[in-house]
Design a binder for this molecule. Structure first.
Ligand SMILES: Cc1cc2nc3c(=O)[nH]c(=O)nc-3n(C[C@H](O)[C@H](O)[C@H](O)COP(=O)(O)OP(=O)(O)OC[C@H]3O[C@@H](n4cnc5c(N)ncnc54)[C@H](O)[C@@H]3O)c2cc1C
Length: 410
């Protein structure tokens, strides 16, 4: 009788599904893959990600890429060496998804929507008779022996396996199933966790009444935003409650931490990042009888929204007579952010299972039959394809370890 190797995966997001894909194609003899998902369908957050154009990964060089994982740069450098952006693109190609590199270097599927990719992906998994999908099974508890106890149809169901891969996601967009409730019991596996916090999130700002009424979903494009330690280029979306948008998300962890530590944080905006301060001064020095608004428009290309935003901070009387002050505010316009938007709305969350309690192969130091992958790990990265790439690369690492333990050459 041939040996059976049972792997139980919990979580049907991209990280869990990619583990299933890799395991079923691993060549491990007698492999049986059980994937448990608490909602009635898989990949719900992946589908949500697809609504705004599925940004699979990024085309930049490894060194630059790895820096996007902040404190975990070194670890991700090694994870990306194992499973890189081009590996992810090749895998997508194998599912029939052609990709293209956008102007910002981000990589997207050419034609296929997230739903089509997921459909292909699931068809491939289901074509393996040793793949077992258990929908509406919610992991509720881990016994002292390490068995997983699922809630299914009002009763408890236990699963014993040779290896367990936990891929239960972060804590935002709970309607997709990623509710972070595993934080309540996961430490039973001897791992430590950091609290889940909003990442890639918007911020609330006390706008003036006038501005609040005027601005709704207006964009200020091609600016640089910065705080004490971070800087990002992109766009800001203005809302009646505050700011959203790619550039804000990229420095959102810094702003969030500043708020937490000092109860004060400023989003600084450089409206003209391609001009030096002296060049801005020179352009504004052109003596004309135009109003300040017209000078900003004519000399520096400010549109109505950017002008209104600048006026939220600028002392206009002073600016009329002091060009240096005006130029300095254009290059560094500080806007106080009051609080981050609720975690529920965030694109991703920081916090989760800490790498310190894991081996390099992402198994628990205290019990190396349990692996952790995807967004439930305590890493953070900006938008730009880095989140999905992180999920795929961590999933790859866990399966690579299981293959090795089962005697497969990797
Ligand atoms: C609006 C939005 C846009 C995004 N756009 C992009 C993008 O363009 N590019 C990018 O790189 N990233 C993007 N992301 C982020 C990306 O979607 C996530 O990082 C990724 O889905 C995380 O994958 P995961 O498999 O780790 O977790 P998830 O996708 O969150 O999946 C976790 C799964 O585990 C299940 N689960 C949780 N608890 C249990 C339990 N107790 N028992 C059983 N099952 C459980 C959940 O139901 C869920 O299906 C976006 C996210 C959002 C919200």
């Amino acid at each position: 009788m041939s040996n059976q190797v049972i792997v139980a995966i919990v979580g049907g997001g991209p990280a869990g599904l990619f583990c299933a894909y890799e395991l079923l194609n691993s060549g491990i003899e007698g492999i049986e893959v059980h994937l448990y998902e608490q909602t009635g369908g898989v990949g719900k957050k992946f589908l949500v990600a697809g609504n705004s154009g599925l940004n699979l990964t990024h085309s930049e060089e490894l060194d630059k890429f790895a820096k996007k994982y902040f404190k975990d740069e070194e670890l991700f450098s090694s994870l990306l060496k194992d499973f890189s952006a081009s590996d992810l693109v090749s895998w997508a190609n194998s599912l029939g998804t052609e990709t293209f590199v956008g102007t910002s270097g981000r990589i997207f599927p050419k034609k296929m929507k997230a739903a089509d990719i997921l459909h292909q992906w699931m068809n491939t998994l289901k074509s393996h008779e040793n793949f077992h999908l258990h929908l509406k099974h919610s992991l509720k508890k881990i016994t002292p022996d390490g068995d997983l106890i699922f809630k299914y149809d009002h009763s408890d169901k236990a699963q014993t396996a040779d290896y367990y891969i936990l891929a239960m996601g972060g804590g935002s967009w709970t309607k997709t199933g990623s509710n972070g409730q595993w934080m309540d019991y996961i430490e039973a596996l001897g791992v430590t966790t950091a609290p889940l916090k909003a990442m890639n999130c918007g911020f609330e700002i006390d706008w003036s009444k006038h501005f609040q009424e005027k601005v709704d979903r207006g964009f200020v494009k091609n600016v640089v935003v910065f705080n004490e330690t971070q800087k990002a280029r992109g766009e800001i979306m203005l809302t009646p409650y505050g700011v959203e948008g790619g550039a804000v998300y990229a420095i959102s962890n810094g702003l969030r931490d500043e708020l937490e530590h000092t109860q004060r944080a400023y989003l600084h905006i450089d409206f003209k990042p391609d001009l030096k301060l002296e060049e801005v001064i020179e352009k504004l020095s052109n003596k004309s009888k135009d109003s300040l608004t017209n000078r900003l428009r004519k000399q520096l290309g400010f549109d109505k929204i950017a002008t209104s935003l600048l006026y939220e901070v600028l002392d206009r009387t002073k600016a009329q007579v002091n060009i240096e002050y005006l130029a300095m505010t254009i290059k560094d316009c500080p806007i106080e952010v009051k609080r981050s938007r609720p975690i529920e709305e965030a694109i991703s969350t920081s916090g989760g299972v800490c790498f310190e309690s894991l081996n390099d192969d992402l198994s628990a130091i205290k019990n190396n039959h349990y692996y952790f992958v995807g967004e439930m790990l305590d890493f953070e990265a900006p938008t730009g394809g880095y989140l999905l790439q992180g999920c795929f690369s961590t999933a790859y690492r866990a399966v690579k370890s299981i293959k090795k333990k089962e005697g497969i050459d990797v």
